[in-house]
Design a protein around this ligand. Sequence first.
Ligand SMILES: *Cc1c(COP(=O)(O)O)cnc(C)c1O
Length: 380
Amino acid sequence: MTEGLPKIEFDDLKAQYKQLKSEIDGRIAAVLEHGRFIGGPEVGEFERALATYAGVEHAVGVANGTDALHIALMAENIGEADAVFVPSFTFTATAEVILSCGATPVFCEVDARDFNIGCDDLERRIQETLKSGTLKPKAIIAVDLFGLPADYARLEKIADQYGLFLLADSAQSFGGGYGAGRVGSLAPATAASFFPAKPLGCYGDGGALLTDDGARAEIYRSIGAHGKGSAKYDIVRLGKNSRLDTIQAGILLAKLQVFDAELDVREKTATLYDERLHDIVETPFRHNDRQSAWAQYAILLDNRDAVAERLSIAGIPTAIYYPLPMHLQSAYTEFGDGQGSLPVSETLSRRILNLPMHPYLAAGDIDRICTVIRDAIDGG
Ligand SMILES: *Cc1c(COP(=O)(O)O)cnc(C)c1O
C-alpha cells in the first residue's frame, strides 16, 4: 500500500538548506572573502546572538558538545576521587567526559515518565556516596533527553544542599524552556551541541557553553585556548584546543533566524504524532511548565523491533536512542552494578523507538508513518 511512495527522511537537512540557501551561501562566502577561518567576526557575533537568545550573560563557542561538557568539568577542577552523578540512559559523551577528567561516574536511574535523571534516585546515591567515603560528590550532569529540560527546580535544590556543581547537558534541548527560562539559563552552566542532527545544527561539529557567571566564562575561554592567560603565550592552566570555527558560526547565524519558526513546526509535528498514536503506544510525557525542543520524538512499545521492521519496509527510517544504557556498556561496567540494577533505563532501551522528527515533515508524512505503526500493531 505504501510501496512506491518516496522515502521519508529521519532528519531532513537538505530540505532546510533549500529553504535557507541564499542566507547560508552568503554567510559562507563572506568567510571565504575575509579569510579569518579561526576566530573570525562571525564567532563573536554568534556567541552574542546565542547568549541573547538563551537569556544568559555569556556564551563561549567550542569545537563540539562533548568538549563543552569536558571543559565545564575541567573548570571546576574535577578529577581523581571525585564522583559525578549522571543518568545511565543517555548518549555516551555525558559519561565519557567524567572519565576524561579522571573522575568516577555514578550512574543514576531515570524517571519512568520523562526519561530524565530521577531526583529521588540521585539523592539516594549522593547520600550513599557520602556514607561510603571513598569518593567525594562533586557534580551532577543532568541531560535534557530528546529535548525536554530536566527537573532543574529540584536539581538546583539538591545541588545547593550537597554543595555540588550542576551542569546541564543540553546537547539535545537548545531552544527548549522551563517556566519563563530558556535552555541555557536553567543551570549554572549549560553545554550545547551544534552537531548537524541537533535542533540547532551546523554543517560539521560545533558546541557552546552558556553561563551567567563571568568568571566561569573566562575560564571556559582560557581552557578552550590551551589554558592561556592574559597574553597568548602565557599558559596558566591545563587546556585544550577547542574552538567553534568561523564558517560554522556563520551557518549557525543563518539558521538562528528561522530557529523559532522551526521549533514551532517541531511542536506541531509532536502534537500530530501524539493525537494519532497515544491510544496504541506510550507517547512522550508532557510537563505543563516545560517546553521540549523536540530533538527526538520517542514512543514506547513492546513489539518495537517488529514495528521498526514494518516501518523500514515502508520506506520510513527509525532509530533506537539508546539500545544500551551506560551502566551496561563494556567500557563502563566497572562503575555500575550490572544487569537489573537500573530497571527503568534497561526497560527503556528495549522499548524505545525514535520516529522521524524535523521541521520539514509534511502532515501527510506523519499520517503515513502513523498508519504503518497502527497496522503493524493492530494487524499483528
Ligand atoms: C549529541 C550529544 C552530545 C555530544 O555532542 P557532540 O557535539 O556530538 O560532541 C552530548 N550529550 C548528548 C546528550 C548528546 O545528545
